[in-house]
Write a new protein. Sequence first.
Length: 86
Amino acid sequence: LAQALGAPLRCPCRDEQSLAAMVIKTDLCAYTEYRIYPGRGKRFVAKDGKVSFFINSKADALFHHRIKPSKLRWTQAWRRMNKKGK
């Protein structure tokens, strides 16, 4: 009927207001504090039940060697300690 009257045919589900952004659940790396997207990272469960999630094996190994993140320039802890960025 709308097309017969000369009005363009529009789908109500395609309005600009009804478009919602897709939300992706991300976790934070326990060591580097970088965002971890789905399908990435490694989860470690300690004997006491505490769960740690690491972005890669490098962060996992450094955590288990007990290297402090604030001593490594590429971690967020170092950047926060040295007042870099924001």
